[in-house]
Ligand binder design. Structure first.
Ligand code: NAD
Length: 327
């Protein structure tokens, strides 16, 4: 049988790089594409020596040309953490809109199946709990987070339109907070922020009173869910995440226990439009894909903490990326 070929956009990022690993392991030829705006080549440098792996340094908001057949496209390119997309709002809207359009055009031309990385942020600050795929969300389009949330909502719409109008095979995964090795320490998300603060010997910063909740999924579980969804025949959105919910205050306490830091927790004002609660209803993933998360938080956090501890010490003090030249 001929080898299948998969294109993964956002390949040098946190999730994209884990997907590259998984598809290589499954015996696919993998083409990684990334413009490195928030990604890091170090996440995939171990793949460069492999004959099954190719890398295109390319911005997916520009026309995409890949010679030869493609069986699957996984569109994961997009700034993903608030600290990034608040600094590059236009780029974020463009990659969700133009980038998705370009990938869908390529999928149509190559007769490839395409899976897009949507997000629990399409539910905004949800009025329904836990969030089912049928809930339409509560998003402020003109708030600071709107650039990300609405880009992803547009992405879902255009993906469904290519499915119904052009007959392209499409899959939509709504990803809830995921963590694991290769996250960036300074990307502003709660987990790396807490671990970074603990490793630097700083107090842990909790926003608001810390009663807002999140549900954290370990990256290997997420990748398994995505892999199963891609190979399924279901074109509507599917939540993939870990339904075990925790308040950010309790989470900060867990990190203190894990790292053994003697620092305390300090409180800062809640960012605008910060969602109060997040918890996926994963009935669909369970029934359609036979999927549920297997890695509990204690195990996943230990692996992630060991990864952050293994980084060179100067990584701990790196400032967040600046994007001055990007429009
Ligand atoms: P990341 O920032 O680590 O990876 C994103 C990658 O996309 C980076 O390597 C970046 O350089 C690349 N990229 C951005 N714009 C690009 C462009 N125009 N052209 C080519 N490459 C571009 O983020 P991540 O956490 O790995 O997220 C990956 C995807 O998953 C994103 O689409 C994100 O919205 C989605 N997602 C992630 C989470 C999560 O918890 N990590 C949750 C929901 C959705």
């Amino acid at each position: 049988m001929e080898k299948k070929r998969v294109l993964i956009t956002g390949a040098a990022g946190f999730l994209g790089s884990h997907l590259c690993d998984r598809f290589i392991k499954e015996g696919y030829d993998v083409i990684g594409m990334d413009n490195l705006v928030t990604g890091d080549l170090r996440n995939i440098e171990h793949l460069f020596k492999l004959q099954q792996f190719d890398f295109y340094h390319h911005d997916v908001t520009k026309f995409i040309h890949v010679p030869g057949p493609i069986d699957y496209i996984l569109h994961f390119a997009s700034p993903a953490s608030p600290i990034d997309y608040l600094k590059i709002p236009i780029q974020t809207l463009k990659v969700g809109a133009l980038g998705t359009h370009n990938c869908l055009g390529l999928a149509k031309a190559k007769n490839a199946r395409m899976l897009v990385a949507s997000t629990s942020e399409v539910y905004g600050d949800p009025l329904v709990h836990p969030q089912t795929e049928e809930y339409w969300g509560n998003v402020n389009p003109v708030g600071p987070r709107g650039v990300y949330d609405e880009a992803k909502r547009f992405m879902e719409s255009i993906t469904m339109a290519y499915h119904t109008f052009h007959g392209v095979q499409t899959r939509i995964v709504r990803i809830f907070n995921t963590y694991g090795p290769r996250m960036r320490l300074n990307d502003g998300r709660a987990l790396p922020a807490f671990i970074g603060q603990a490793l630097r010997g700083e107090d842990l910063t909790v926003f608001g009173d810390g009663s807002q909740t999140r549900s954290f999924c370990y990256v290997d579980d997420l990748v398994e869910g995505i892999y199963r969804l891609l190979l399924s025949d279901y074109a509507y959105p599917v939540n993939v995440g870990n339904p075990v919910e925790i308040s950010l205050l309790d989470f900060a306490k867990e990190i203190i226990a894990l790292t053994g830091t003697e620092q305390k927790i300090i409180f800062k004002p809640l960012p605008v439009d910060d969602p109060r609660q997040r918890k996926p209803d994963i009935t669909k993933a369970k029934t359609l894909l036979g999927w549920e998360p297997l890695v509990d938080r204690a195990t996943g956090l230990k692996i992630t903490y060991d990864y952050f501890r293994s980084l060179p010490r100067e990584e701990l003090f790196k400032q967040p990326k600046e994007f001055n030249s990007i429009k």
